[in-house]
Design a protein around this ligand. Structure first.
Ligand code: MN
Length: 231
């Protein structure tokens, strides 16, 4: 087979301690998965089913990369998150089987154009422009999940220029990783290479050009993102 022009390379992420990279297929993100963050966004954190939004796979940005301040916004926000990387696809995955589909975990930063998100909410429009812009999916190296060694608790925190902004525990997630995988796979088949951003704790806020945002998850180290000037 030939193409009319060379196809783009498959987006990929580093795997901690290994040379081979993790090919990214799709990026799913859970909205509102920590009660305190739901409250800061003006929502009642009752246990209504989780909802998802997506980002393009080629929005991934690795650790230590500079993200240019995106266009169309005056309110770029960080959202520190645990990211789940899928190795084995499937549909209708049960909660008890879900962790067998996981390749590993990474630290993510779900960059958000908050002003566009607020406008989308107000007008009943999709979130794509708020969430799925270029360089919007920061994700550090993926740490392989060793047998029986899955992340269900541990500190998650974010700093901006060294000042703590988010400080919570993965155990505070409203929906656990197995529940998220089970629910997502009922809606569509998940595939190897899919990433799932599991939601952010309270304390989201704005970034400006020159800021350095660092997200730390116990057991996974830290990732840092510097915000550049506008493209
Ligand atoms: Mn998020």
């Amino acid at each position: 087979m030939t193409y009319v022009f060379p196809p783009q390379l498959i987006p990929s992420l580093a795997v901690f301690g290994e040379e081979a990279r993790f090919p990214v297929r799709r990026i799913f993100c859970v909205g509102r998965n920590y009660a305190a963050h739901a409250r800061e966004m003006g929502k009642d954190p009752d246990r209504e089913p989780p909802f998802f939004f997506t980002k393009p796979a080629d929005a991934v940005v690795g650790d230590q990369e500079i993200v240019p301040y995106p266009p169309l916004t005056e309110d770029l926000h960080y959202e520190g998150e645990l990211v789940v990387a899928i190795e084995h696809g499937g549909s209708d995955i049960s909660e008890s089987e879900a962790l067998n589909h996981v390749f590993g975990y990474a630290i993510g930063n779900d960059l958000t154009r908050r002003d566009l998100q607020a406008e989308a909410k107000r007008l009943g429009r999709p979130w794509d422009w708020a969430k799925g812009f270029d360089h919007s999916a920061v994700c550090g190296p993926i740490h392989r999940a060793k047998q029986g060694d899955h992340l269900s608790g541990g500190r998650i925190s974010s700093t901006v220029n060294g000042e703590t902004r988010q400080d919570a525990d993965l155990a505070d997630m409203i929906w656990s990783v197995p529940e998220i995988i089970a629910i997502l796979s009922r809606s569509m088949r998940v595939f190897s290479g899919d990433l799932i951003y599991t939601g952010t704790p309270a304390g989201v806020g704005a970034l400006t050009a020159g800021d350095v945002c660092t997200v730390t998850v116990e057991g996974l180290g830290s990732i840092s993102t510097k915000i550049g000037s506008r493209d």
